[in-house]
Write a protein that binds this ligand. Sequence first.
Ligand code: UD1
Length: 420
Amino acid sequence: MDYLKIQGIKSLNGTIKISGAKNASLPLIAMTILAKNSVHIKNLPNVADIKTMLKLLSNLGAECEFKEDYVVVNTAPLKETKATYEIVKTMRASILVLGPILARFGHCEVSLPGGCAIGQRPIDLHLKALEHMGAKITIKAGYVEATAPNGLKGCDIIFDKITVTGTANIVMAAALACGETTITNAAREPEVVQLCEILNENGVQIDGIGTGELTIHGTCGKLIDIKEFSVIPDRIEAGTYLCAGAITRSELTITNTQPKHLGAVLAKLEEMGSSFTITKDSITIHPSGTIKPVKITTQEYPAFPTDMQAQFLALATQANGVSIIEERLFENRFMHVSELQRMGADITLHGNIATVVGKTELSGTDVMATDLRASSALVLAALVSDGETNIHRIYHLDRGYDSLEKKLEHVGAKIERLKE
Ligand code: UD1
């Protein structure tokens, strides 16, 4: 198993190129199941979750070919309709194949993902919506079995809660359904928007893209022709490197980004004392004097993302004063707190609210990554810690950060990947 050794440093300087968004790529790969042609996808990030998604499609019979700067996915030979436990247990987002496979083949089995480090994460809303569209769903031996021998039918779906992968799943199912599907309380995340835009550009009319109410005009089983596309940049990776700039009080430029996707993150960094130069596709964060404390509540897009909560918590340990961070989406998403405390952070947890008293001097030690974004919080803390930090179990980090240690090393961090 690999681990990261990080030497605390004073400051970083330079430019980091942001990779394609993991959370956009996953549904877009699943979307190829709706295509009748080979789909060319550019700007996929080189991260473990993408490899897992492509492996899942290959196991089902699709052909995935890696070219120099794009991947070709051909789902014409796809015949198998069961996503097995072996794959789903490594990546919950495997559930994204349920909607498109069911819509195309009238049958799909997916292992139940189960809970995960950050909370229960049920899929009841995905299943309820598919039932509404006419699917018969049974749960047996740890698998969801969905059948719709006569195809799916458009209908009105109201999500009780906003769900990102739930919205993506139902949009894809609705793309091949007969008639119109309306989704009320749909997710508005840029990753969902890109999925809708690509379907819309390729023959599935979708109204209301980017709003909380989507209407999908299904093709009634007709597969679609999907032209080459490029995945949007990863806003969470971008936000993480902006936090690296803020915590080390450095000048860092991130390129290949879409600043408009980072509104809530930039607003909180600004409140904490950072300033920026922003172009159409780059952001330069300038060194701040002192870091100010902040109040953050995680919510659905366009509000502050839960996927940036851990990184801001690390940053708050270096703010002068008391920060309050409330997690509204996942009940157990504070696993990084105990590791940050071991590094010297003063954090108190009351239910879903963390109170961070800063500024604390952090010291390097051995810490354990517990989930994807928790891992990046530990990296940020390590960058300003006294001495050396060893971050273990970085397979969590590898799920979603493309070449993290190379990108940070390039801007001056002392970081190495080593074997346990
Ligand atoms: C996606 C992102 C993840 C991000 C999260 C919230 C991907 C691959 N992952 O996860 O990085 O942290 O959105 O922005 O895009 N819920 C239910 N029932 C359901 C579905 C969800 O109760 O059927 C609840 C969840 O437990 C959670 C909330 O709804 O409390 C939001 O979850 P959801 O948006 O579905 O998260 P994911 O799509 O799994």
